[in-house]
Design a protein around this ligand. Structure first.
Ligand code: HSE
Length: 298
């Protein structure tokens, strides 16, 4: 039997579309056990009412593919999912299922696949690497796909930095959120994002919080996606007015994220109030970043 925990993630961090990510200290727990026959999936917490408990379950599918790659044939499987990551909110719930399924299956199979092979497989299943890479590595991550491989670097979290998240009470699928982004963007916006993302990675590498505010500005996806989230700009502005050092849409949304080193409660309240004034109910949380990625748990 294996027990693991896999962190939530926030992707893009503003300008780093499909490239930057960070792991958050909010975890889904997975227990996977080989049994005599059949498939038994039990789900508690987030998704308990919507996730499938049969072969269509995403975590099971990722584990099935992993067993196949590892040349291991479990007779049957019992899986318990204890979920804390909200679904379809931009906090990496589908990545956590893919990463959790791959990692747990690889452990059961005797750790046949390397970390790099697991990252490549997870990226292939997810379609982009910026959520799965921090879920494996923890910390802040930069990732790129070249051919069939994913190249990734991890950075430590600057000291004292936390993430304040405002999670609206509606779902937004990554697919729907990607559809509103145009196929071509102006060259000046591309150049703007290139310099912002370079500045942000430098700020993270040098633990320089003073650069986050200008470095987290994005012009290639958030302006288009903002139309899907009532009060998007106003809620980010409210976070900044109350002490956030940088703000963004978390992944493909609808969660909004504010990076801060103080005033956490003030920022939470301001974001919630702002969303409320646009008729959006939200849950807010202040989360530590997770320096560790998926790992075995007790
Ligand atoms: N980079 C992805 C996006 C993350 O923004 O669509 C969501 O999975």
């Amino acid at each position: 039997m294996v027990k693991i925990k896999v962190p939530a993630t926030t992707a893009n961090l503003g300008p780093g579309f499909d490239t930057l990510g960070a792991a958050l200290a909010l975890y889904n727990h997975v227990t996977m056990e080989e049994i005599e026959q059949g498939l038994k999936i039990n789900i508690v917490g987030e998704g308990a009412n919507n996730l499938s408990r049969d072969e269509k379950n995403l975590l099971y599918q990722a584990s099935f593919i992993t067993f196949d790659k590892a040349n291991y044939k479990p007779r049957g499987l019992r899986i318990l999912l204890e979920n804390h990551i909200p679904m379809a909110r931009g906090l990496g719930s589908s990545s956590s299922a893919i990463v959790g399924g791959i990692f747990a299956a690889n452990e059961l199979a005797g750790s046949v696949l390397s970390l790099e092979e697991m990252v490549d497989l997870a990226t292939e299943l997810e379609g982009h690497p910026d959520n799965v890479v921090p879920a494996f590595y923890g910390g802040f991550t930069v990732s790129a796909i070249a051919g069939k491989n994913v190249y990734a670097k991890q950075f430590a979290i600057p000291k004292g930095l936390k993430a304040v998240v405002a999670i609206p009470d509606f779902f937004l699928s990554t697919e729907d959120s990607r559809q509103v982004i145009p196929h071509t963007i102006p060259m000046k916006d591309a150049a703007f994002n290139v310099n912002r993302v370079a500045l942000l990675v430098s700020a993270i590498a040098q633990q320089d919080l003073s650069l986050f505010e200008i470095a987290m500005v994005d012009k290639i996806h958030q302006p288009y996606r903002s139309t899907l989230i009532p009060g998007f700009w106003e809620t980010l502005a409210a976070a900044k007015e109350n002490g956030a050092i940088g703000t963004a849409m978390s992944g493909a949304g609808p969660t909004l994220i504010a990076f801060a080193a103080e005033n956490f409660e003030k920022i939470e309240k301001a974001m919630q109030r702002s969303f409320e004034s646009f008729g959006v109910k939200s849950v807010t949380k202040t989360l530590d970043f997770s320096q560790k990625g998926v790992e075995k748990a007790d």
